[in-house]
Design a protein around this ligand. Structure first.
Ligand SMILES: Cc1cc2nc3c(=O)[nH]c(=O)nc-3n(C[C@H](O)[C@H](O)[C@H](O)COP(=O)(O)O)c2cc1C
Length: 195
């Protein structure tokens, strides 16, 4: 298990996604595990904690998500930008029957075990949300849209504390926000306003 992790109360888990990061979706079923990039995600509710995410029909991730009923959202950081593009530009399905037979081994990605789902959690990320799919066959089939309940959430203490992100001292740990064709923003200057 990665050091420096704190559990995030489920009713505060939406704050991990409020600022619109590009994420990595991990999924696993019967010994097969996979990982892909997903920019189209959002918080949906805080109590119970829910999220929405678009996962295309052609992805192997989706096959494992639908088979297991679960997945995990991993928030990668600036230091992981290259691997986000790698796992978002190749399919785990193409590796089946080969050596290595999965993206984690192919790209040398260390993981640790989730607490409530099967999906592996990627080390080096700055937050993780374990999710159980809320079955909505119509929107899954028609819009590739998945709704899920967050059943566990964690964040890296270095950049998430007092219920919010603090990236000021940690450029390499800033989250990624995809713009186009492998070009990303990282979060900029923060400020507070009072009502
Ligand atoms: C930065 C980035 C963002 C992406 N966002 C999404 C997304 O929101 N939804 C989606 O279905 N695919 C998205 N993709 C594409 C998948 O990651 C891609 O199809 C991947 O190869 C699927 O892998 P798999 O077949 O191993 O699951 C994105 C790719 C990149 C590089």
């Amino acid at each position: 298990m990665q050091l420096n992790i704190q559990p995030v109360p489920l009713e505060k888990a939406f704050r991990l996604l409020n600022h619109g990061p590009t994420v990595l979706v991990t999924s696993s079923h019967q010994g097969h595990a996979n990982i892909m990039a997903a920019a189209w995600n959002m918080p949906l509710d805080f109590n119970p904690s829910r999220v929405a995410i678009v996962v295309d029909k052609k992805t192997y991730t989706r096959e494992l998500m639908e088979a297991s009923g679960t997945f995990a959202i991993n928030l990668p950081c600036r230091a992981q930008a290259e691997l986000v593009v790698k796992v978002g530009s190749s399919s785990g399905r193409e590796l089946l029957g080969k050596t290595p037979d999965n993206k984690f081994a192919a790209f040398d990605l260390p993981t640790f075990a989730a607490s409530k789902t099967e999906a592996p959690l990627l080390e080096g990320c700055v937050a993780w949300l374990e999710c159980k799919i809320i079955s909505e066959p119509h929107i899954q089939e028609t819009y590739d849209l998945f709704l899920a309940e967050v059943v566990a959430a964690y964040a890296d203490n270095q950049v998430f504390s007092d219920g919010r992100w603090h990236f000021e001292e940690h450029d390499a740990l800033r989250t990624l926000h995809h713009v186009a064709g492998g070009f990303f923003f990282t979060p900029g200057e923060g400020f507070t306003t009072k009502p």
